[in-house]
Design a protein around this ligand. Structure first.
Ligand SMILES: Cc1cc2nc3c(=O)[nH]c(=O)nc-3n(C[C@H](O)[C@H](O)[C@H](O)COP(=O)(O)OP(=O)(O)OC[C@H]3O[C@@H](n4cnc5c(N)ncnc54)[C@H](O)[C@@H]3O)c2cc1C
Length: 464
């Protein structure tokens, strides 16, 4: 067993990071990465890989790192995961690969996430990329949505020679990677560099294009002659609690709040004319990744108190453990086993307090929390726009698109879907799950193109 302690990356001190949006975790230096790679036991039967949703050859890439063959490490990772710089930062390793690491039984597991990030960042720094020449195959694909599912699908299709256009509703690509996960956890520069690799492969990204408004899927496959379509529109539709006071001023959804801060630079007023009004006391309801991101973002905008109000215990939170630790260090206050019952209004229709009930084994008690801003981070729902404009698409009761799980084909010939809009991650929606379904769909689309088109010459006309 390894006697070397797990290498910790340097972190910005909590007092400093509360005041800015700089990245909190600094990442490994080369020396730290080499020491950490030396902790890997190179197991004969590595359980870490089975803990990874896309089955990265983890011991293989770590072995390359230990030999300072970083390019070899990058190649090994990208056989399974196209965005190591992103996933090394945001994957819930504590529930996946690192949870399965044998070393973790008696010591601390190998820090697989930080090693992956180290390799991904090095690749970006050196401009490493897929080098195989692409042979065009005279086929076209439209991808709807530029989140991790759409980007992963676009990547694999482009490498196979398909001409790909990505249609994105917002003015910047990346989906939640860009508008949801804050800068201090995932710098946008990292996301855009990964996306640049994609455009260098020839993929076109058209922003400000809401499919369902400017074109329907029928248009894409008919008038615009795309051979195949992938739907990766995510599940960004906000949920509220349905309690009294939901519609007061000062009450907003986490998606709205994070989008205004991340995408519209709401923290940088007056340079950007899109300020986010923050009260003195902020309550975030929920305790997943979105809630923790919202609370830590709110904290950086200067209120006196930021609370997370959660109906379960902290141990039950689905958020990355590291983010919970960071939030506590930074001063976010957790009020657990507590439900919000009503948001109270002042005379002018602004939130001024929240009635709560705390329950534990000894009973329940009611109290008023003094807050003037309430952010709902209760999970999201499927965005209905595509399904509404494409009645041939089979959706489940909650509006998510149904697919064949093997190749992600929908009820419409030539139309595939993946990521959060298909509930690909089950209870835990993650970047890596979204990417894995995007890739599975790309494989399905290529097989479809080969089989159906070989039989018919061209794909059949749009048919539900
Ligand atoms: C705040 C937050 C923090 C998170 N933190 C983590 C984390 O730390 N680790 C982790 O693994 N996962 C995390 N997740 C979950 C993860 O980000 C998602 O599971 C993942 O992004 C889903 O990918 P996707 O491609 O399916 O959808 P999305 O990332 O939602 O992308 C969908 C894209 O489609 C676009 N779109 C929607 N409708 C249309 C339309 N009609 N026409 C054109 N474009 C359209 C949207 O604008 C968006 O850009 C987090 C989620 C949130 C909200």
């Amino acid at each position: 067993m390894s006697k070397i302690a797990r290498q910790q990356s340097t972190h910005l001190p909590p007092d400093t990071r509360r005041t800015n949006f700089n990245e909190v975790v600094c990442g490994y230096t080369e020396t730290e990465a080499l020491t950490e790679s030396g902790r890997c036991l190179q197991c004969k039967d590595p359980l870490c890989t089975s803990g990874c949703p896309v089955r990265i050859n983890i011991k293989g890439f770590i072995n390359f790192v230990s030999k300072k063959d970083y390019k070899g490490a990058y190649k090994t990772i990208t056989e399974a995961n196209l965005f190591p710089s992103i996933c090394g930062r945001v994957c819930p390793q504590d529930r996946q690969c690192e949870a399965a690491c044998i070393l973790g039984k008696k010591h601390e597991p190998v820090s697989i996430g930080l090693l992956e990030r180290f390799v991904g960042d090095m690749a970006q720094q050196n401009g490493w990329q897929e080098t195989r020449p692409i042979v065009p195959i005279n086929r076209t694909a439209a991808i709807i949505g530029s989140g991790p599912a759409g980007l992963a699908c676009a990547y694999d299709l482009a490498k196979a020679g398909v001409s790909v256009v990505v249609f994105e509703a917002l003015h910047l690509p990346g989906g939640v990677l860009t508008y949801g996960i804050p800068e201090f956890r995932l710098p946008k520069e990292r996301v855009f560099k990964e996306i640049e690799n994609l455009t260098r492969l020839g993929v076109t990204i058209e922003t400000n294009r809401v499919i369902g408004r400017i074109h329907t899927i029928e248009d894409l496959m008919g008038r615009l002659s795309f051979d195949v379509v992938f739907i990766g529109t995510g599940a960004g539709y906000p949920k509220n609690l349905g309690i009294k006071g939901d519609a007061l001023n000062g009450v907003m959804s986490a998606n709205e709040f994070l989008t205004r801060v991340n995408l519209m630079r709401g923290f940088d007023f007056p340079r950007y004319g899109t300020p986010v009004g923050m009260g003195k006391n902020v309550a975030v309801i929920g305790c997943g990744n979105t809630a923790i991101d919202s609370a830590r973002t709110a904290l950086r905008l200067g209120p006196e108190n930021v609370y997370i109000v959660y109906r379960r215990t902290l141990e039950e939170s689905p958020a990355r453990k590291e983010e919970i630790r960071h939030a506590i260090e930074e001063g976010v206050q957790f009020i657990c086993l507590t439900e919000s019952k009503e948001i109270i209004s002042d005379n002018e229709g602004w939130a001024k307090g929240m009635n709560c009930v705390q329950k534990d084994e000894t009973g329940s008690s009611e109290f008023l929390l003094n807050v003037d801003t309430v952010i709902y981070a209760l999970g999201t729902m499927a965005n209905p726009i595509i399904a509404r404009t494409t009645p041939e698409l089979t959706i489940d009761k909650a509006g998510y698109i149904e697919t064949n799980k093997e190749n992600m084909i929908t009820s419409i010939q030539g139309v595939f879907a993946g990521g959060d809009i298909t509930r690909s991650g089950g209870a835990f929606t993650t970047v890596i799950h979204a990417m894995s379904t995007g890739r599975r769909a790309a494989k399905g689309m290529l097989e479809y193109l080969e089989a159906v088109i070989a039989a018919n010459g061209r794909p059949p006309k749009f048919r539900g």
